[in-house]
Ligand binder design. Structure first.
Ligand SMILES: *[C@@H]1O[C@H](CO)[C@@H](O)[C@H](O)[C@H]1NC(C)=O
Ligand SMILES: *[C@@H]1O[C@H](CO)[C@@H](O)[C@H](O)[C@H]1NC(C)=O
Ligand SMILES: *[C@@H]1O[C@H](CO)[C@@H](O)[C@H](O)[C@H]1NC(C)=O
Ligand SMILES: *[C@@H]1O[C@H](CO)[C@@H](O)[C@H](O)[C@H]1NC(C)=O
Ligand SMILES: *[C@@H]1O[C@H](CO)[C@@H](O)[C@H](O)[C@H]1NC(C)=O
Length: 585
């Protein structure tokens, strides 16, 4: 997953220029006189990961207590269909929204939340609000100016309840009236839908003359709201009009029928775009990176917020929520900036935090490896290994063992062997992901020499080391690699080009084996993200690590530290070969 992208902030800062309250201390991001870009940069530099993730979350009003807003740094709140405070008068609404806002403003950085609501034909969740005809009726008029005035009126009524954001307009082109939402579409003719996107400047205000295409605009003051063009894209084209189903159409068809109104909406500065539940040719839009990031953001240059639909992320899998971690990753990778969760926000936050943290751990693994030997001479390096090879061998007790990678103090005091102690990526599975799909991987924990000779392996990766331990259970006077580690090195190396990766809490006796080993890597105790090892041995990244302690030749030298008179190490303190990332991978 890439960096969290937060266009939300720019919009919020613009919108709530006056709302943020801390006058005691000058904070650049709170200063409306500063350029927006400067304010965003300042704010981003102050935010923790938790605060950034919180800004990506939109929760339902019923769970949005001030405490929740504060504790989880929630960025946005919505009212689901029919979710209204008791006696849904304008006054009750203002109080509801203000109470939630107080929670948001009481956070460390005081970033205001944005409240969104389905004001799809007037402010339809408020008692005594004006209810306008649904879009199909407005399509009849073919009158963009009338529709714009309706947008203006709706914006005023919505702002009067303290709400700055509406999930409208629906710019679906309904091609099949069997669809239950067909009345939310202005027309079957995309030209009419395009013309009636004029509701957007009605809701948000007219774009200033010097605006940059794609940059969202909501007029300052208290009369306008942010709009949301929805549902991107092809929502009105599903098979037999089945709601949220599959839109089967060529790219040309999609671009000619369902896409045009998005160009108009973006040109008019629409603040947000909501992703459609539907699929395009079998691919869920919520996981469609090509259309969300590739087309909407990169090609059409949309710079506002892409928001998911209600539990839209959950529905990436069938049945919904079958694999939520996968769905979170797929949705965020597709380019969704804000996720309408709407209830179980802790699950979303935990999942996203975990992934982001795993990326961090993987980076740490890459940077923690020390390359001790790389071929017989610098002219003939073995690493980085080619990803494409007919057949390779992965061997060793530590190749496919998460417990060994994690070492002691993991789940239990002494640590555990095996892969069921926690979740993560073993070095073997990191290798499997990294190599070319055509490369055959043979995995054998402790192969004998005949087996290795009988096979025509291009190269072998041997991963051996210490079992997990902690405190006194780890005291060891011989520091040898336990069997079958050593025999694995002997059986493999010599018969085939081999890289030995040592997984251990300290230097171990390796000198007697060094001549038959072609490349040697100290991986220490890397933890759950074994992919980081593959990242470097296959050259997606270079080796950079330097020994943090002396690698001895024999245990009778110990203790032996840098500066000692008898200093005669196998690899001195600070040693570490480097490699450049491979050109192509
Ligand atoms: C479309 O609807 C059919 C029938 O209900 C269902 O089996 C199928 O999974 C749906 N496809 C998608 C992409 O939602
Ligand atoms: C969920 O998806 C991930 C891929 O993102 C996969 O590694 C994992 O095995 C899946 N879990 C289940 C229970 O299917
Ligand atoms: C929220 O998700 C967590 C983790 O999947 C689950 O344990 C919990 O029951 C869920 N809570 C609700 C209210 O669905
Ligand atoms: C061994 O594999 C190489 C390619 O890696 C191939 O050129 C060679 O013919 C193979 N030898 C045997 C005996 O299969
Ligand atoms: C090395 O020491 C450890 C810990 O005392 C012991 O378990 C192991 O058997 C010893 N190995 C050898 C080869 O002596």
């Amino acid at each position: 997953m890439g960096k969290l992208s937060i266009p939300i902030l720019g919009f919020l800062l613009l919108f709530f220029a006056a709302a943020a309250g801390d006058t005691k201390k000058y904070l650049k991001y709170k200063d409306p006189k500063q350029p927006l870009g400067v304010r965003i940069k300042d704010l981003m530099s102050r935010m923790t990961l938790q605060e950034k993730i919180g800004q990506m979350v939109q929760v339902e009003r019923s769970v949005a207590t001030p405490d929740v807003m504060k504790k989880y740094f929630i960025g946005s709140v919505l009212s689901g269909g029919g979710s209204v405070p008791p006696k849904a008068s304008a006054e009750t609404w203002v109080k509801t929204v203000n109470d939630i806002q107080k929670g948001a403003l009481s956070t460390r950085l005081g970033i205001p939340m944005i409240y969104g609501i389905d004001a799809v034909h007037g402010h339809n969740n408020v008692y005594k609000a004006t209810i306008f005809p649904h879009n199909v009726g407005l399509g009849v008029t073919r009158d963009p100016q009338l529709i714009k005035r309706i947008g203006e009126a709706t914006a005023l009524e919505v702002r009067a309840t303290g709400i700055p954001y509406v999930f409208a307009p629906c710019i679906a082109v309904c091609v099949d009236p069997r669809w239950g939402r067909c009345y939310e579409s202005y027309s079957e003719d995309s030209r009419i839908v395009q013309a009636l996107t004029e509701i957007i400047p009605g809701l948000q205000g007219d774009l200033p003359a010097n605006s940059k295409k794609g940059v969202p605009f909501v007029a300052p003051g208290k009369t306008k709201v942010a709009a949301c063009a929805k549902h991107y894209v092809g929502d009105g084209g599903t098979t037999r009009g089945i709601n949220e189903n599959n839109t089967v159409i060529s790219l040309n068809g999609l671009l000619n029928i369902h896409m045009p109104a998005y160009f108009n909406a973006i040109t008019k500065g629409v603040a947000t775009v909501m992703v459609s539940y539907s699929s395009w040719n079998g691919k869920k839009m919520h996981a469609n990176r090509d259309l969300v990031t590739g087309f909407l953001k990169n090609k059409m240059k949309f710079r506002g917020i892409v928001i998911s639909d209600w539990q839209g992320i959950d529905r990436i899998t069938s049945p919904p929520h079958a694999n939520y971690s996968y769905s979170v990753e797929a949705g965020v990778s597709a380019g969704i900036d804000m996720v309408m969760v709407p209830y179980n926000f802790t699950e979303f936050i935990d999942d996203l935090t975990y992934q982001e943290h795993r990326e961090l751990a993987r980076e740490a693994v890459r940077k923690s490896l020390v390359l001790l030997k790389n071929g017989e001479s610098a002219d003939e390096p073995l690493l980085p290994l080619p990803k494409k090879a007919p057949k390779i061998l992965v061997a060793g007790s530590h190749a496919d063992n998460l417990g060994y990678q994690c070492g002691g103090w993991t789940i239990t005091w002494q640590g555990l062997g095996g892969n069921d102690l926690t979740s993560g990526t073993t070095i073997l599975s990191g290798i499997s992901t990294a190599v070319d799909p055509s490369t055959e991987i043979i995995y054998s924990e402790s192969p004998n020499a005949d087996f290795v000779k009988a096979n025509n392996f291009s190269y072998a990766i041997v991963v051996v080391g210490e079992p997990p331990y902690a405190e006194m259970a780890g005291d060891n006077l011989n520091l040898t690699i336990p069997e079958p580690g050593l025999s694995t090195i002997t059986n493999v190396c010599g018969s085939v080009k081999c890289v030995v990766v040592i997984v251990s809490g300290r230097p171990l006796v390796i000198e007697p084996y060094l001549s038959r080993i072609d490349a040697l890597v100290a991986a220490w105790l890397p933890g759950t993200e074994g992919q980081g090892v593959a990242d470097v041995i296959f050259g997606d990244y270079g080796f950079t690590g330097k020994l943090p302690r002396t690698w001895f030749k024999t245990v009778d030298q110990l203790p032996m530290n840098v500066g000692d008179d008898h200093y005669d190490p196998l690899f001195p303190f600070g040693f570490g070969l480097t490699t450049e990332p491979a050109k192509s991978s």
